[in-house]
Design a binder for this molecule. Structure first.
Ligand SMILES: [Zn+2]
Ligand SMILES: [Zn+2]
Length: 336
């Protein structure tokens, strides 16, 4: 728009596409360990499109569209995302859990609407740590939270959640029709970051051992006789009410309880029939109490020990040391 001798003249602005190309207005880089669906929801929100309609735009309409793309991302959509975000194909593909060596232990995605499941009774497709969501600069959902063998947060030591703390429904950010970030429940609108109770030390040790073993498996290490650890862990059946189901079919509450039973030596709902899968669970549970973590074990075995034992991160200063330091400070001030 400019003022000329004959008055105001209006000139159409350059079309957005010719100025910016095919790139979407707002770029969002995936966060470390982020799940594809989480990144897609953030991308949609940042560019002003509610997630429900973003799926249709990508050519993946319908219920659970983003969670389905986590498990199978068609080349057509992969290239479309690459074209509009300029993020390399391999970086986008790495956000999925497709071609997954741990597939047997991933939480299940039902074909129908996820939130319809009875509150508290069934496994959901994704868990989360409320403390992580509360602390994240931009809250995002991690790939590790889709594993049934994860029940607590390694960072915060608190239990994970697998449903909204307010309405009890599973997460359904792909259904969100309004411009609302995904850390808000798409069903009832409550914040998902309500804190959970801490996990017990025994449960955390068992979970850490299983996680370390699965990392070794994903890195190519195999247990003897050509057996697959995820398949063994995932094929054991646990009694859940009237049914016998695998760990991936249990809601978080039951999986946490199961880990507690395994670590405390209480009766375990394996049923009567013995199998290699049940033996595997029992062996892992027996080894867990003395397990300190792969990183610690590796550093103790391979790296030189420090001359003096470092202070424990949890140990506070001794009161006597503090009093002595305060006395010395006071004496110095008086001497000045
Ligand atoms: Zn956390
Ligand atoms: Zn809710």
């Amino acid at each position: 728009m400019r003022l000329g001798p004959t008055g105001i003249s209006v000139t159409p602005a350059q079309r957005y596409e010719s100025a910016a190309g095919s790139r979407w207005p707002v770029s969002i880089m995936p966060a470390p360990g982020e799940l594809l669906s989480s990144w897609l929801h953030r991308l949609a929100y940042a560019n002003g499109v509610p997630p429900r309609y973003f799926g249709a735009f990508l050519g993946a309409p319908g219920e659970n569209w983003s969670a389905r793309l986590d498990r199978a991302l068609p080349d057509r959509i992969l290239h479309l995302l690459r074209e509009h975000t300029r993020i390399p194909l391999e970086d986008i593909a790495a956000l999925t859990v497709a071609l997954d060596p741990l597939a047997r232990l991933r939480l299940p995605l039902r074909p129908g609407p996820q939130p319809i499941c009875a509150p508290g009774m069934q496994a959901t497709w994704l868990q989360f740590c409320p403390a992580c969501l509360a602390e994240d600069e931009t809250p995002y959902f991690r790939r590790g939270w889709s594993l049934a063998t994860r029940v607590s947060c390694f960072r915060h030591g608190c239990r994970l959640r697998d449903r909204c703390p307010s309405c009890g429904r599973g997460l359904a950010p792909f259904r969100q029709k309004r411009l609302v970030p995904h850390q808000i429940c798409a069903v009832c609108g409550a914040a998902l970051c309500k804190r959970t109770r801490p996990a017990t030390d025994g449960v955390r040790r068992l979970e850490r051992l299983i996680d370390d073993l699965l990392r070794l498996h994903a890195a190519g290490h195999r247990i003897g006789e050509g057996r697959s650890l995820p398949d063994l862990l995932g094929s054991a059946s646990f009694q859940s009410g009237e049914k016998r189901v695998s760990i991936a079919r249990l809601p978080h509450r039951d999986r946490y309880q199961l880990f507690g039973q395994l670590t405390e030596g209480r009766s375990i709902p394996f049923g009567k029939r013995k199998s290699p899968a049940i033996s595997c669970w029992k062996r892992v549970a027996q080894a867990a109490p003395t397990w300190r973590g792969l990183a610690i074990s590796f550093s103790e075995a391979a790296l030189p020990r420090p001359a003096a034992e470092p202070c424990s991160a949890s140990a506070g200063p001794h009161l006597a040391d503090l009093v002595q330091a305060a006395t010395r400070l006071h004496q110095k001030r008086q001497a000045l």
